[in-house]
Design a protein around this ligand. Sequence first.
Ligand code: TYD
Ligand code: MG
Length: 460
Amino acid sequence: MAKVKSKWICQECGYESAGYLGKCPECGSWGSFVEEVQFSTKPQQVSAHDEFINTEKPTLLKDIKFDEEIRVSTNISEFDRILGGGFVQGSLVLIAGDPGIGKSTILLQTSGELCKNNKKVLYVSAEESASQLKLRAERLSINSDNLYVYPQTSMENIKTQIDEISPDFVVIDSIQAIYSQNVASSAGSVSQIRECTNLLMHIAKTKNITVVVIGHVTKEGNIAGPKVLEHMVDTVIYFEGDKYKSYRMLRSMKNRFGNTSEVGIFEMSEGGLKCVTNPNELFLNERSQGSIPGTAIVVANEGTRPLLVEIQALVGTTPYPSPRRVTNGVDTSRVLQILAVLEKRVGLNLSKQDVYVNVMGGLDVTEPSADLGIALAVATCARDVVVDSQTVIIGEIGLSGEIHPVNNIEKRLNEAVMSGFKKAIIPFSNSVPKDFDKLEIIKVKRLIDAISACVNSSKV
Ligand code: TYD
Ligand code: MG
């Protein structure tokens, strides 16, 4: 008979302990331990002889034949972009995001498109009933003979149906809602997620079925369940965006078969998610009209695509003993560093000033090439001058106030030209082709030169 074993597992990080602990020694969270009962069955005895026969022999690298990966396009251009050209057959993909962001919508749309390509899809809906799904499919105008919908929460039943139907694609909506009989704890617990993902991985690899798993995120924005979930799957995709605005972003965080940190941009409409082919229009749409002190346009690379975004800064005298620094869409410590450089190398006194920095359009800008734009937004607001609204700003700032070169400068400048900009402030050491005359280029060595360039042009 199976032996019953009980463990206490931290629901935040998956740390296991024999007894209850108030604080997790691994991740430091309090009150996160839950008792989980596991049935451990003895592993089947394998004789040394059997093992010897079953083991594959190592192959010389030069003798391995190169099979081209089979990629299946989703017919959704932005989704293909982050997957690196489509789903790799037999891979396990995790899509994570806040509730209501559109995970079920995109996967139902993708399922519909895959069916059009004569693929058989099994959509396991562990959270919604078949009629709810039908309603959504009507809205998205999905009508297919190859799409199976299966409202089910038991992993064992799901496996039986996969064996029976043998689909090309399986969607699990969501991993937190399904459970396996092998584990006694409730659905969504660390052991259940681990067990179910293991089984799904096994199905994907042995049957060469692509399995797409939806995962919820916790309040802190992490995927609920242990980090092992991220380690086990081939691809991790985050669904981001402002729920109160219509656009959404898919970002790949890990991809065994493609580029990471690529983003796909969508707009949520009446008929589901639509690809945004020219995102710059979308982000620059919201920009302030005319030149206003405290705004600057930067060209940030998101994956392989340059995006133009507006940085806004507000600087004002603080009523508090210590001034506030509030940021949205940029890393606060990066902004603090830029403010320190502005104080020390430019002589801008911000010690009695509150500083707010915002990235318009809800985008997170993580790239250092936005440094100069942030610094100019703050400096122009403090000095009440403007950066010309037809100018883009590109450059990374070093601690001594020097401007470091950035990569892909030509691609960024071309993007600025396409969006109708006339001028660019760029690092001195970045070289631009001699015949590049589509923009007026101002090269700067130091932060103070960039500020002078703006001050001079705003006096004109
Ligand atoms: P959903 O895919 O259910 O989110 P998740 O699975 O991530 O929880 O998306 C639900 C939201 O999307 C809901 O607020 C309604 C909106 N929506 C549209 O605006 N248009 C549509 O065509 C669909 C299907 C949903
Ligand atoms: Mg859903």
